[in-house]
Design a protein around this ligand. Sequence first.
Ligand code: GLV
Ligand code: MG
Length: 349
Amino acid sequence: MRSPRDFFQPLALGAPHPLQDIPVRPSRMIHFFDPSNPRMAEKAPGIASKVDILLGNMEDAVSIDNKEAAREGFIKIARDNNFGDTQLWTRVNSLDSPWFLDDVTRIVTEVGDKVDVIMLPKVQGAWDIHYVDQLIAQLEARAGLQRPILLHCILETALGVANVEEIANASPRIQGMSLGPADLAASRRMKTTRVGGGHPGYVVRNDPDPSNPEAARGTHQQDLWHYTIARMVDACVGVGALPFYGPFGAIDDPLACEDQFRNAFLMGCVGAWSLHPNQIDIAKNVFSPPADEVIWAKRVLEALPDGSGVSMVDGKMQDDASWKQCKVMVDLARLIADKDPQRKALYGF
Ligand code: GLV
Ligand code: MG
C-alpha cells in the first residue's frame, strides 16, 4: 500500500508537485474541435474566446487516416496561440490504441506548458490512471514543466462505472470526469443507438383507472443516465474533482439537449460537451445559475449572516444546511460573473 505521505509527491524526479486542490474555473462547456480539419483548426482560436474550455480531439470522430494530422494540428494551434483565460484541453486516444503513446509524449513535451488537462477515454480502473500518472510525470520532468497537467476521465465502460470511486481516488491529478453515453451504451449492451438523452421506450406506465380499466394509460419517460451521473458526481465531489455531462448527439434537437444538460446541472455537474457551435450557448445558459435563484440565494445568505441558526424567508424555513445550498449557488454565480459581465449585472454583483 502506498504511504499517504507520498500521495502529493511527484512521481518522477524533476516533475512538478501535484496540486492539493483542483482549480475551480468557469467550465460550462468543453468545446470539441478536430485539429486535423483545416477549417476547424483555423476557426479554433476565434471560438476560444466564446467558450470556457477548448478541446482538441484526437480520439473517436477523428478517422484513422487523420490521427497524425490531428496531433500535429493540435500542437501547432497550442504553440501558436495564447488562449487567455480559456482552458486548453486535449482528448488523446485510448490507452490500448497505437496512437496513445505518441499523443501523450508529443503533447506533454512540446506544448505541455499550454495544456491544462488531458482527457483520457475509456478508463477502466485505477491501474489505467497509475500508468498515465507516472508517464506524464516522467514527461513533465523531461520538458521541465512547472505546473502539473491534470487528467480528466471519460466514464464510458461498464467496468469504469463499477470502479468509479477507485478511479477518482487514484491520483491527485484527477481533475474530473465526463459521462460518455455512446461508448457506455455499447459497453453495457444497452439497446439504444442515441448519443445521450432519453429514449421513448424507457418509461413507467400509469396504473389502470379502476373505473375505466380499458382507458388509455399514460407513460412517463425516465432518464437512462440518472444512475451513472449520480455515481460520477459523488465519486468526483468526494475527491474535490469536477463532474461533467458529455456529448449530446442530436444537434438538431436543442430543446432535448437543454433538458439533458439541465438534469446534469441540477444533479451537480459543472458543464457538458459542446460538439457544435449551437450547443455553446445552450451550455452557457444552462450551467450559469439562473438569475432568480441567485437573487433568492443572496437573500438567504443575508438572512443568516454567519450561516447558522434558523430564519423564515418568504414563508420558507432556512437553516445552516439551506444556507450552504444557497452558498453553492452564489459562489458559482460569482465565478461566472467574473468572466461574464452580462450575467454579473443580472446577478446584481
Ligand atoms: C463519448 O466519448 C461517448 O462515447 O459518449
Ligand atoms: Mg467515447
